[in-house]
Design a protein around this ligand. Structure first.
Ligand SMILES: CC(C)(COP(=O)(O)OP(=O)(O)OC[C@H]1O[C@@H](n2cnc3c(N)ncnc32)[C@H](O)[C@@H]1OP(=O)(O)O)[C@@H](O)C(=O)NCCC(=O)NCCS
Length: 142
């Protein structure tokens, strides 16, 4: 590669970087939500199929202590509901928590309403042996 070509490639990389940053900067925060749950509430017999999708139940049942994960997933849905509250009406049963390959949780909308492109919902979940919590941030691309 000549010096001119290298410079051109550098400029292209910087351009792509600036483009991705400007896309992120042109989002506004429209809502925030938080939720906290006692893990014990999710132990014992519950109608889990009414509250969680088959994929969510498979995820939680695959863990050593499913109740902590059920509590965390439920917190994520309630936090998401709060973040969207007053702007977009969703039923908690229309939300599914999925995980990326590295384990990060994401909200998937099961109905078209939430799948509007500029809408983005970011969530984070944590749990101890007794408590689970989640926060959600609703952003909208300008
Ligand atoms: C991902 C990580 C931060 C989770 O923290 P933790 O204290 O073990 O567990 P928490 O209870 O706070 O969080 C668990 C939740 O984190 C979320 N999570 C898992 N991986 C994640 C990731 N890559 N990004 C964002 N969130 C993640 C999940 O929602 C999980 O709950 P769920 O499986 O029920 O949905 C942790 O496992 C980790 O990998 N830490 C990095 C440690 C490290 O690099 N140490 C270097 C030596 S100091």
């Amino acid at each position: 590669m000549t010096e001119v070509n290298e410079r051109e490639a550098d400029l292209l990389r910087v351009g792509r970087w600036l483009q991705s940053w400007s896309a992120q900067l042109s989002s506004e925060v429209c809502g925030i939500g938080v939720d906290l749950e006692e893990v014990v509430r999710w132990e014992g017999p519950l109608r889990l199929e009414a509250l969680f999708t088959p994929a969510e139940r498979r995820y939680c049942e695959g863990k050593a202590r499913p109740a902590r994960h059920y509590a965390g997933l439920w917190c994520a849905k309630e936090a998401a509901f709060k973040a969207l509250s007053g702007k977009i009406t969703v039923n908690l049963r229309e939300l599914e928590v999925v995980h990326t390959a590295d384990g990060a949780p994401k909200i998937k909308f099961l109905t078209p309403v939430g799948n509007v492109k500029p809408l983005q919902l970011h969530i984070s979940i944590t749990h101890t042996s007794t408590l689970a919590a989640a926060v959600a941030l609703y952003t909208h691309q300008l």
